[in-house]
Design a protein around this ligand. Structure first.
Ligand code: ZN
Length: 140
């Protein structure tokens, strides 16, 4: 049984949820792979924080330094948007199907694709669908 964003949001303290409301507009990237949702949220550091939410097992993680709250404001903001507008999370690239580029590390290929996805989400999403057509069921 997978969880709903509402159920996960309940484990965030009220204060965190309040601050999350103001962060909704800072979410720069949204994607989904099956039951896993990823976002990037602009914060106080130059690089955005990366949030990952798995509705299948309820795992929530963020790259920010908040270790005090089980669900930080970035994850809470992502959950709020996921609850209100799940369709805004575009189908992402399954990481194991990253194309090989000679002389490039996987992380560099991923960064390039991330950047392209930010600029041309429709094109990259379309291409990702073609790449993963063979095992589409697995990625649902
Ligand atoms: Zn965070």
């Amino acid at each position: 049984m997978s969880l709903t964003p509402e159920e996960l949001l309940r484990s965030a303290p009220g204060k965190v949820r309040e601050r999350a409301q103001t962060l909704r507009g800072q979410i720069t990237h949204r994607e989904r792979q099956g039951e896993t949702y990823r976002s990037r949220v602009r914060g106080s550091r130059p690089a955005p924080y990366r949030v990952r939410i798995n509705l299948q097992n309820g795992e929530v993680s963020c790259s920010c330094p908040d270790e005090y709250n089980a669900i930080c404001k970035h994850a809470a903001a992502t959950l709020i948007v996921l609850q209100d507008d799940p369709g805004s999370f575009l189908l992402g690239l399954p990481p194991r199907r990253l194309p090989k580029v000679d002389g490039w590390a996987d992380a560099d290929v991923e960064r390039l694709l991330d950047r392209l996805h930010d600029l041309y989400p429709e094109v990259v999403t379309d291409w990702a669908r073609q790449l993963t057509h063979d095992d589409e069921e697995e990625w649902g």
